[in-house]
Design a protein around this ligand. Structure first.
Ligand code: ADP
Ligand code: MG
Length: 718
């Protein structure tokens, strides 16, 4: 395949950072079609991806350790010459160990690879290699002991290795070297060479896009040297600090990621705020009437938050408010009050939720709660039988409850004034934007039960006003949570039967609907049968995603009214289901669930005045992480603590699922570790958005921003 002409011509012009994406990696010197395919596995599709493919760690090869100086129990890097290779077959049938012995004249190092006999291919006698790994074996064995059995000296198991040729030494040794996540067919060493060459070719032509004054004020390195330094550190030569992300080059590139993220959010917010929204009536008879019918007094936190919403809705700017509060704090009532306020001003209001079950539950509850007020409530999901499309278009439907079906293209509202999104963690920026387009700058209220650490609130929800419901309705009893193992089944059954005989109801949650041949997991269908056998005098129900809507509704009604005693379910009941008489939840295979999910599930109980129990049945063996999750669940019911622990276990990237959230990926920035940089980037981006909301003076930045957000910003803008 020949290269198109324009590729070599880009070398001569100054490359704008937003153009790097236009050069497929295949045409980068030294790549070609076959290697391009391999690189694609690493997510590298174009020149930009390649230049910004950061090392995942650094290794100090300035002074490679001598073999005699290797410290036992430490991760070390050394080099030597291969003196022998051998494949050893162990007594266990078919099990092979590849053994390599190298020497550097100060000692011998033995390396072992288990069941990878093909490793033999990579090593030849007399070749010079670099090896990096955990040092095991017996303490020091010097050169004098060469004839002594080698196995008593230092050893490494499955070390990282590289072959060395003398002309390589500048890139691969005698310096701090970057180590890249590699893929089969493309070794870390090859990647290092490729990056070295690519940087030499292109980096002198890359233009900076961050405004000069921002670079100065924040004492940032310019982009070119920062890119060079992040890959091949020279000025900064402390490998440990580099591994902690603490070099000036890190600071610059971390700043960039946050800055582009926050600037996008800032501009969105600016745009939304600057557009005239709806001015709703501040007072509403409907709302007052409704509050009177409530069987309880609103908590102070609920009152405070609703007052804020009223203030927002009264103004002629559109509201963008996020309410977060732990499961069970009473967010539904807040949503309903706000919707009634909109309806009383003559507008439609909708409530969008992530699952059909939740939509159905909300619909039933809200219907019951406001039937006396004469407000027309409808339900729209993709599986609802009669779709109230006409009513929505004509405006006779005043409150519309539904799922993603609400943002489908051909659905038109008469006059949508307020859109409430429940359980925001299941939706992203894009869905929010689509919902907004269903009206003319409707007010947006977002509710989430996932407590948001401050740092995340700043990043993921940087364009929203955030308020917190920090109080649970009074009289709630804490939930006792305990971990059980399969050997303790009897105890679990007796706790269940105790609750049932007190007239309480029970949930049992499984990770799967049906068993699978591949994974040996307990499943809901079998579970329901087993529990029915065990509790013959009780009624056991089974609910999961594959059950038809009518049946599902009927099941939930029977559970709510107490006809069903034990509800066996999958995670379809994760959010929103509200049955105060249920006081016990058994989660089977609790080790398989994520922390946020466990907390959400647990939120289904402890909603009434009864003491409640959450039993986590865990099937060993399980990972350290699973252990931490179970421990966190058993030790606290506080959603904030859980969220923080979750963040600590999973790391920020996975915490919310950045993909779902619709914001650009953070490759090098870490929202907890780099909070100071985040705050600086946020300040700068919001200031810039204020002074130049269309980035007229910074076309380069504008293009880079748009290409970073990959179209998502246009969607939000239009
Ligand atoms: P979440 O915030 O998890 O969505 P819900 O809105 O489902 O919580 O409320 C949980 C339960 O608490 C519901 O049964 C609801 O009727 C009840 N509730 C809400 N507010 C109050 C209150 N102020 N006092 C007592 N119970 C309340
Ligand atoms: Mg809720």
């Amino acid at each position: 395949m020949s290269k198109p002409d324009d590729v070599s011509s880009v070398k001569t012009a100054k490359l704008k950072t937003n153009q790097l994406k236009d050069i497929p990696v295949q045409y980068v010197k030294g790549v070609g079609p076959r290697r391009a395919q391999l690189l694609e596995r690493l997510g590298i599709k174009n020149l930009d991806d390649l230049l910004f493919y950061y090392p995942w760690r650094y290794e100090d090869r300035k002074n490679l350790k001598k073999i005699c100086d290797l410290a036992f129990g430490h991760h070390e890097t050394t080099s030597g010459e291969v003196i022998s290779t051998e494949i050893i077959t162990t007594r266990k049938k078919g099990f092979k160990i590849f053994e390599l012995v190298v020497t550097d004249k100060t000692g011998l190092l033995k390396c072992k690879w288990f069941n990878q006999p093909y490793m033999e291919r990579y090593f030849k006698k007399g070749q010079k290699v670099i090896l990096s790994g955990m040092v095991k074996g017996n303490p020091f064995l010097g050169a004098d002991f060469i004839r002594v059995k080698v196995s008593s000296g230092p050893e490494m198991e499955n070390p990282d290795f590289e072959n060395l040729e003398s002309e390589d030494t500048f890139i691969h040794t005698s310096r701090i070297v970057p180590v890249y996540k590699a893929t089969e067919g493309f070794t870390p060493k090859q990647l290092r060479t490729l990056l070295f060459n690519t940087l030499s070719t292109y980096s002198p032509q890359i233009m900076d896009y961050i405004p000069e004054h921002i670079i100065k004020r924040n004492k940032l390195m310019p982009l070119q040297p920062a890119l060079k330094e992040i890959h091949f550190p020279e000025e900064f030569n402390d490998a440990d600090a580099l591994n902690r992300g603490e070099s000036p080059a890190h600071k610059r590139l971390i700043f960039d990621e946050f800055f582009l993220l926050e600037l996008g959010l800032a501009l969105m917010k600016k745009k939304e705020v600057s557009e005239k929204g709806i001015r709703f009536n501040g007072e509403s008879l409907l709302v007052d009437q409704f509050i009177k019918t409530l069987p309880f007094e609103l908590t102070n936190a609920q009152k405070r938050v609703f007052e804020l919403i009223q203030e927002d809705m009264k103004r002629d700017l559109s509201m963008n408010r996020l309410i977060h509060g732990d499961v069970g704090c009473g967010k539904t009532v807040i949503a309903l009050l706000s919707m009634l306020l909109a309806v009383d001003s003559g507008y439609q209001a909708c409530l969008m939720v992530p699952t059909e079950i939740l939509a159905e539950q909300h619909y039933i509850n809200i219907h019951l709660m406001i039937k006396e007020l004469g407000v027309e409530v409808v339900l729209l999901t993709s599986s609802s039988r009669a779709k109230p499309v006409k009513e929505i278009t004509s405006g006779s439907a005043q409150i519309i409850i539904g799922t993603h079906a609400l943002i489908q293209e051909n659905l038109h509202f008469k006059n949508l004034g307020l859109a409430v999104i429940d359980e925001q963690h299941k939706f992203g920026v894009v869905q929010r934007a689509l919902l907004r387009r269903k009206g003319f700058n409707p007010d947006i209220l977002i509710m989430t039960a996932t407590p948001i650490p401050r740092t995340l609130a700043l990043t993921l929800y940087g364009d929203l006003d955030v308020s917190l419901i920090d109080e649970l309705p009074s009289g709630r009893k804490p939930i006792t949570t305990k971990v059980f193992f399969p050997t303790q089944k009897d105890k679990v059954y007796s706790l269940m039967s105790g609750e049932l005989s007190k007239g309480r109801q029970v949930y049992v949650v499984y990770p799967l609907i049906e068993g699978s041949e591949k994974i040996d997991l307990k499943c809901a269908v079998e579970g329901a049968e087993a529990f029915q056998k065990f509790f013959p005098e009780r009624k056991v129900g089974l609910i999961h995603g594959k059950i038809r809507q009518e049946e599902r509704e009927a099941l939930m009604v029977s559970f709510k009214s107490g006809v069903i005693d034990v509800l066996v379910a999958t995670t379809v009941i994760e959010v929103g289901v509200d049955v105060p008489n249920a006081s016990l939840m058994l989660i089977v295979h609790a080790e398989r669930f994520g922390l946020a999910q466990l907390h959400q599930l647990r939120g289904r109980i402890g909603r009434g005045k009864h003491e409640s129990y959450c039993l986590l049945m865990a099937y060993p063996p399980f990972s350290e992480e699973a252990k931490r999750r179970l421990k966190a669940m058993a030790s606290t019911g506080d959603g904030f603590k859980i969220a923080e622990e979750d963040l600590a276990i999973r790391g920020p990237g996975e915490f919310f699922g950045t993909k779902q959230s619709g914001i650009p990926d953070l490759k090098i920035a870490h929202i907890i570790r780099d909070i100071d940089i985040l705050e600086a980037a946020r300040r700068e981006s919001f200031t810039l958005a204020d002074s130049d909301p269309f980035l007229k003076n910074y076309p380069e930045l504008k293009k880079t921003l748009y290409s970073t957000w990959q179209g998502r910003l246009e969607l939000i803008k239009s």
